[in-house]
Design a protein around this ligand. Structure first.
Ligand SMILES: Cc1ncc(COP(=O)(O)O)c(C=O)c1O
Length: 390
C-alpha cells in the first residue's frame, strides 16, 4: 500500500525517539541518566489530582463540549487576565488536547499549500513537522549563538514575502532557553500587523523565567487579527500526561480550529478539564517552588558543562533546557555528526539527550534539566568522563 505524500513529509518526533531508546535500555536493567524528556519530574500537585478524583466520583466521565467546558474557558481567561492583563472573551478561547493540538489546528486552519511560515532556528521539532504536514513552506530565520539565539523583529520582517502567512515564536524557547524581550515581542506583533499575517506565540514555558525576569505575554494587546496565543498546562503545573492546552485569539480562527477538533479528538478528557480548572484557579505556589528548583539546577548544569573542555554553553534565561555547543567533538573518533555522538553517549555512558539537528542546528545537544539534582550530578560526571576520553 502506498502511503500519502502528506505523511511522508514528516518523521516521528526525535525527542520521543530518544525517550523510547532510553526506555529500552532502562528495561534491560541499565541505569540511564535521562536528559531527554521535556517534562517536569515533579508530580502533579495534590489539589489538582484531588479535583480529578472528585470529578470521577461525580461521574464527570462523558463527552463535554468539544472546545472545553465553560468553567475551564473562564479559568483560562481569568488566569491569563490576572497574569498578563489580557481581556479575552469566552468565544476567543479554545481548550485543546495539549498545546500541541492547538498548534496543529492553528497551522491546519491557516496554511495552504506553498504558504510560507517564518520559523526561528533553533525551533521546537514539532513546529517544523506540523508546517510540513500542512503543506506549508518553512522559511528559517537563522539566529546567532553569540547573540544568545536572539530573535530580531527586523530580521523577521526581511523574510516576509507576499506568500508569508504565519510567524511562529516560542519564548522561553525549547531547545535553547532563550527569551525574546517584551519590547522585541511588541515589534514582532507590529511586523505581523503591517503585513497582515498571523503571529503565533507559543507560551508553553511562559511561567519559567530566571534571574528575576517577569512573565510576559502579548495577550495584553487588543489585537485579535494578527495574534494567536497558544498555551499549555503541561509544564506549568507538571501535567504533561493530562493533555490540556488552549488557544486564545480570533473567534473565527478558533471556530475553524474547533471544526477540526470535532472530527479528530472531540473534547479534551472530561475529568482532566476539572483538574485544569483547579490548577488555574487554585493556589499557584507550586509553580514558584518548581521555578526556584529549576533555577538551581540550571546553574549547576551550566557550571558543569562549561567545566568540560571544548564545550560552549549559553546561560538559558527560561524553560528547562540547556543547549551546549559540542562542535569541538564532532568528526573525532568516527563521530560524524551530533546524532552519532548522542548514540554513542547513550550506548557507552548511558546518558540520554536529544541531538541538535532535531532543532535545526548541527553542533548542539539539548539537555532537559527537569530531573533531580542527583541525576544531574551523575550525568555531568558521566559526560565529563565520556568527553574526556574522546
Ligand atoms: C515549545 C513547546 N510547545 C508546545 C509543547 C506542547 O506541549 P503539550 O502538548 O504537552 O501541551 C511543547 C512540549 O514539549 C513545547 O516544548
Amino acid at each position: 500500500m502506498e502511503l500519502s505524500q502528506r505523511i511522508s513529509r514528516i518523521s516521528v518526533s526525535s525527542t520521543l525517539a530518544v525517550v523510547q531508546k532510553a526506555a529500552k535500555l532502562k528495561a534491560s536493567g541499565i541505569k540511564v541518566v535521562d536528559f531527554g524528556a521535556g517534562e517536569p519530574d515533579f508530580p502533579t500537585p495534590d489539589s489538582i489530582k484531588k479535583a480529578a478524583v472528585e470529578a470521577l466520583n461525580q461521574n464527570f466521565t462523558k463527552y463535554t463540549p468539544t472546545g472545553g467546558i465553560p468553567e475551564l474557558k473562564q479559568a483560562v481567561i481569568g488566569r491569563h487576565a490576572k497574569d498578563f492583563g489580557s481581556t479575552y472573551a469566552v468565544e476567543e478561547c479554545l481548550v485543546t488536547v495539549g498545546g500541541k493540538q492547538a498548534i496543529f489546528e492553528a497551522v491546519a486552519a491557516t496554511i495552504n499549500h506553498g504558504d510560507e511560515v517564518i520559523l526561528p532556528v533553533p525551533y521546537w521539532v514539532s513546529f517544523l513537522d506540523i508546517v510540513n504536514y500542512a503543506g506549508g513552506r518553512p522559511v528559517m530565520l537563522e539566529t546567532r549563538e553569540e547573540d544568545g539565539f536572539a530573535v530580531k523583529a527586523e530580521e523577521v520582517e526581511k523574510l516576509v514575502t507576499p506568500k508569508t502567512k504565519l510567524i511562529i515564536v516560542n519564548s522561553p524557547n525549547n531547545p535553547t532557553g532563550a527569551v525574546i524581550p517584551p519590547e522585541e515581542m511588541e515589534k514582532l506583533l507590529a511586523v505581523a500587523e503591517r503585513h497582515n499575517i498571523l503571529l503565533m506565540s507559543d507560551e508553553c514555558y511562559c511561567q519559567f523565567l530566571y534571574d528575576g525576569r517577569k512573565p510576559f505575554s502579548l495577550g495584553h494587546s487588543s489585537n485579535r487579527e494578527n495574534l494567536l496565543i497558544v498555551g499549555s498546562l503541561s509544564k506549568t503545573y507538571a501535567m504533561t500526561g493530562w493533555r490540556v492546552g488552549f488557544a486564545l485569539g480570533n473567534r473565527d480562527l478558533l471556530r475553524s480550529m474547533l471544526k477540526l477538533q470535532s472530527h479528530s479528538t472531540s473534547n479534551p478528557t472530561s475529568f482532566a478539564q476539572k483538574a485544569a480548572v483547579e490548577a488555574l484557579n487554585g493556589p499557584q505556589d507550586s509553580v514558584q517552588t518548581m521555578l526556584a528548583e529549576y533555577q538551581r539546577r540550571r546553574n549547576r548544569i551550566v557550571e558543569g558543562l562549561r567545566a568540560i573542555p571544548g564545550i560552549k554553553c549559553n546561560m538559558p534565561e527560561g524553560a528547562f533546557y540547556v543547549y551546549p555547543n559540542i562542535g569541538a567533538y564532532l568528526k573525532k573518533d568516527g563521530i560524524t555528526d551530533a546524532e552519532k555522538l548522542v548514540e554513542k553517549l547513550l550506548e557507552e555512558a548511558h546518558v540520554a539527550l536529544v541531538p541538535g539537528p532535531a532543532f535545526g542546528t548541527q553542533d548542539h545537544l539539548r539537555i532537559s534539566y527537569a530531573t533531580s539534582q542527583e541525576q544531574i550530578d551523575e550525568g555531568l560526571r558521566r559526560m565529563a568522563k565520556f568527553f574526556g576520553a574522546l
